[in-house]
Write a protein that binds this ligand. Structure first.
Ligand code: AMP
Ligand code: ZN
Length: 113
């Protein structure tokens, strides 16, 4: 999608602080961190939101969770982190390209706000 900011980040057209990258997934620091560790994980292909995950594209979602676990281990927070995706405006999704927030380094409340 030509007007999608996360597609542009995935293509290297907008800079980001990369944490991990392979052929299908990119992880980079959130610009407005909500925890001491706040990393975004995205598929490089455009999927609008969690509501658009299907049998045809879900392999990359499984891979994103593998990458999240790998990053958590490498950064030493495997024992406490949260993975969140906001789907749709009511849930606070501001960027319409599927992304998972990987948050760590502080206590988290439940239920989330
Ligand atoms: P959401 O509100 O769940 O859609 O999350 C979008 C996230 O993207 C927010 O946490 C923003 O801080 C983050 N964000 C937006 N633009 C950028 C950018 N250019 N680089 C890094 N993070 C960004
Ligand atoms: Zn996109």
């Amino acid at each position: 999608m030509s007007d999608c900011i996360f597609c542009k980040i995935a293509a290297g057209e907008i800079p980001s602080t990369k944490v991990y990258e392979d052929d299908t997934v990119l992880a980079f620091l959130d610009l407005d961190p909500q925890a001491p560790q706040h990393i975004l994980l995205i598929p490089k292909t455009h999927i609008q939101s969690a509501a658009d995950i299907t049998a045809a594209n879900s392999a990359v979602v499984a891979h994103i969770f593998e990458v999240a676990a790998k990053i958590a281990a490498e950064k030493g927070f495997s024992d406490g982190f949260r993975v969140v995706t906001n789907c749709g405006e009511q849930a606070g999704q501001s960027v319409k390209h599927l992304h998972f927030h990987l948050l760590a380094g502080r206590d988290f409340t439940w239920p989330p706000g």
